[in-house]
Design a protein around this ligand. Structure first.
Ligand SMILES: Cc1cc2nc3c(=O)[nH]c(=O)nc-3n(C[C@H](O)[C@H](O)[C@H](O)COP(=O)(O)OP(=O)(O)OC[C@H]3O[C@@H](n4cnc5c(N)ncnc54)[C@H](O)[C@@H]3O)c2cc1C
Length: 505
């Protein structure tokens, strides 16, 4: 087997550029070309991220946080405010609320949260107060790194392109008309303008078209329709008014036939109603969306298919991003998954001196197959237990949603509550959420369990002291707008040490 000597990435959306930068982090000199079609453009949605994304950007990819904030203009996201289930709302934070034990208490926090789920962590209190960060003694924000970003897709991609050019990635504009196959998979791409591009290895980042993996190599697609019933989104937004603070979280609101996100950018608010077209027409979804969001001017509909290709790496082609599979943005997992996929590719090529074997491909395929199922099942838990509305969509979700392997976690929780014992089930998987995520949803949605703990007076007093301390910190915390002003001051400096632990090793 000969080592790979040239790589071509097809696609210049966030998946294409994140892949280019991951490969550059490992291979500063390999010939690396990215082809994208200005005519077809990029998806233009995809704006919330998981907490892993900042660590990957500033650690593995070595992107300077100061330049990133100045040019990509993200806002911070501490988690999601869920307007789901019987509670008015609950907060899913990126710090720990339930699978964690406060000093001096005999049980994990989750056992104390069932009736009142407020202030179960500092971040939950910050979110409730509309604050982004705790305040340090000098008044500056305490960036504890349990945050993701909200970033506009176009700004994000434009910034990544700038970094890729600086790192010597060759960027070509053109549209693939035909693909020539070889025994290894793909031999070359013929463009509409007659140019032909060859390489040893191809990364398919062509979005939903999946030009190389799906269309050319014909890898079968597994739909996730037994768990996820949504297949469209109506998207719109408005310019932020002076009375609309930048919220430090994504909002997820229950709708008649799905749910609606609200994402915060410095000057804009973007909303999107994700719905199942078997339950509501496009016009009716647009009508419900506009009724609940009267400030929205224009809307557009985005169609998608939930599911994943059975293998993402076949021969000399690996697919990354929407070309490998897609699930709706209920937990904003897509960009984080792209980061994991591109890191896996770069690391596996690096550790094998650019030589690919069938065993390597199989291992990577197994990991990400498990990863897709983990996401699907976790989203399934959201749907199965949301009892806020009795519409046909939600009734179908409650009676039919398939939870796959997550059924075991739910069964255990129902019998024993949010106990840490189930961690081992997830430790064996490619898991993005951990038990903390599963239990946050189950407790947040008030899924009942046996073996309810009856805390003593002294336990309750300890629990209340913990919550009061979180509230106190949150009350004096900084809002997103305040923290953004501080990071623009000349005396502000980013802590370079924090991200060093995420550098390639
Ligand atoms: C409604 C919705 C909401 C979303 N919200 C989120 C979110 O909150 N958080 C999150 O993480 N993700 C979200 N996503 C997912 C996210 O948008 C994508 O996963 C992510 O941006 C990666 O997109 P991509 O690069 O794979 O595809 P694209 O952006 O579609 O890029 C595809 C690229 O391939 C090129 N291309 C395609 N065909 C050809 C051809 N024949 N020749 C040459 N070039 C070609 C295109 O020009 C383009 O450059 C959302 C997606 C949808 C649909």
């Amino acid at each position: 087997m000969n080592p790979i000597q040239s790589i071509l990435i097809l696609g210049g959306g966030s998946a294409g550029f994140l892949t280019a930068l991951a490969l550059r982090a490992r291979f500063p000199d390999i010939p690396l070309t990215l082809l994208r079609s200005p005519e077809l453009g990029i998806i233009g949605v995809g704006e919330g991220t998981f907490a892993y994304v900042p660590k990957h950007l500033h650690g593995y990819l070595g992107i300077d946080p100061g330049e990133f904030h100045a040019e990509a203009r993200p806002t911070w996201k501490l988690g999601t405010r869920f307007e789901w289930g019987k509670r008015e709302r609950f907060f899913y934070t990126f710090d720990n609320q339930v699978d964690f034990r406060v000093d001096g208490l005999p049980r994990a926090n989750g056992y104390y949260c069932f009736d009142d789920f407020d202030d179960a962590s500092v971040h939950a209190s910050l979110m409730r107060e509309g604050k982004a960060f705790r305040r340090q003694a000098d008044g500056s924000p305490h960036l504890d790194h349990s945050f993701g970003y909200h970033i506009e897709n176009e700004l994000f991609v434009a910034y990544l392109e700038k970094v890729a050019r600086r790192r010597n990635v060759e960027i070509l504009d053109g549209t693939v008309a035909e693909v020539a196959k070889s025994a290894a998979g793909v031999e070359s791409l013929l463009l509409e303008d007659g140019r032909r591009l060859a390489a040893d290895f191809f990364v398919d980042c062509s979005g939903f078209r999946s030009v190389l993996l799906g269309e050319t190599l014909g890898v079968p697609f597994t739909p996730f329709t037994s768990t996820l019933y949504c297949d469209r989104a109506v998207v719109g937004g408005w310019n932020r008014g002076p009375d609309e603070p930048i919220l430090p979280y994504t909002t997820s609101e229950t709708m008649d036939s799905g749910w609606c996100w609200r994402i915060e950018h410095p000057e804009k608010v973007i909303r999107g109603y994700v719905y199942g077209s078997a339950f509501i027409s496009d016009d009716a979804a647009d009508g419900e969306f506009r009724r609940k969001n009267p400030k929205v001017a224009s809307t557009r509909i985005v169609k998608f298919k939930a599911g994943a290709y059975q293998k993402l790496w076949v021969g000399n082609v690996m697919a990354i991003g929407n070309s490998s599979g897609f699930v709706e943005p209920l937990e904003a997992t897509a960009i984080a998954f792209v980061c994991s996929q591109s890191k896996a590719l770069a690391d596996s090529l690096y550790h094998n001196d650019l030589v690919v074997s069938e065993v390597l491909r199989d291992a990577v395929n197994r990991i990400f197959d498990d990863g897709w199922n983990n996401i699907r099942e976790f989203l399934g838990v959201h749907y199965r237990f949301n009892d806020r509305l009795d519409t046909p969509f939600w009734k179908a979700c409650r009676s039919d949603v398939d939870l796959g392997e997550a059924e075991a976690i739910v069964e255990y929780y129902r019998a024993h509550g949010p106990s840490p014992l189930m961690r081992h089930v997830l430790e064996r998987r490619m898991d993005m959420f951990s038990l903390e995520g599963f239990y946050t949803m189950l407790v947040g949605l008030k899924v009942p369990f046996e073996n309810r703990h009856r805390p003593s007076e002294s336990e309750l007093a300890r629990w209340e002291r913990f919550r009061a301390a979180n509230q106190r910190e949150a009350k004096v915390g900084l809002t997103v707008a305040e923290a953004m002003s501080v990071i623009r001051l000349p005396e502000w400096s980013w802590n370079p040490e924090f991200y060093s632990m995420f550098r390639p090793e």
